[in-house]
Design a protein. Sequence first.
Length: 391
Amino acid sequence: MLRKTLFVLAIASALAACGKESKDPGKGTGKDAKEQASASVNLLVSPEDVLTIQSNALASGPVITGSVQPERNADLRAEVSAVVIQVLKENGEAVKRGDVLVRLDETSIRDSLNSAEEASRASSQVLEQSERMFQRMKTLRASGMTSTQALEDAEIRRNNAQSDLSAAKSRAAQARQQLQRTLVRAPFDGIVSERKVSNGDTAQIGKELIRVIDPTSMRLEGLVSADKIGVVKVGQPVLFRINGYPGQDFAGKVRRVDPAANAVTRQVAVLVDFNDREQPRVAGLYAEGRIEAATVSALMIPDSALVKAGDQTYTWKIKDKALQKAVLRIGARDVRTGQWEVQSGLASGDTVLRTPGSTFKDGQKVELTASKATPAAAVASSSTAVAGKGN
């Protein structure tokens, strides 16, 4: 009886052990199963998620950096010492040539003008009287009724009166000119870029009052490294981008190359004109571009498609419906578009992910879809699909 009981217990233990092994294999091999499931997940991508590598024109020439500045600009300064009575224009306001921008106190200058005009009238009367006396003395001298000395004295008085009148007229003209300078006017059509005084300020001669620029006369005032200046010529095309205008390319031509480099920076100033009227209306914006001394054809890839890991740069290429890690050798960067030259690692016509993630695996299957889907949603959907297939 005991032997029969032990035999039954042995069979039960064996069955229990078999049941445990059949129930627990997931625990022992869970990690391997998870890795296999991850590797078998299909990545859903839409046409918007990929791009085709193509050969584009790469401008070969020196980089130019600088800022956009107006060719026509005027720093209006005080030409007389006076108190600022009124500032009629604010920053950003449009002005026409001849518009009054700043009004200075004219009280003392007008008093000087009145005094000079009064002195001029008095000198004129003295001159008329001296002239009549001189003519009378000439007549008397001709008839022998006066001396030569008296005639000469009359002539001297006439000449002195004439000099006094000229001086008085000069003082009056100067006072009128100073009176006109109490009204600071716009020298050309433009906008006020900087107001530097307020009502009540004391303006000494030479003090900056207001700045006016012509926004239609913008040009790029750039700098080029001295070791690259040998290939820069007047008339060469320039393509550049300007901060504040993302995605917009501007074109221009080299107008002037300075004959001397900066003694400190060893850079040479280069002036670039815009090709058209599509130019920024704001001065001082930073610009960066390249002078097209030569143009070559090269494979280009956007910065968003690159993944950097240490010194290595790679991208994810789609080949045979699977991801393939492509290690790249990158060349020059096109500052106009932000794209990089691909020297090796890709060929024309290769398809790569536009914005690759950090969880992709080499050999991961890719499924192209017709509709737009985010990578996260695509992975989640594909995981569900794989689970469904497994069931």
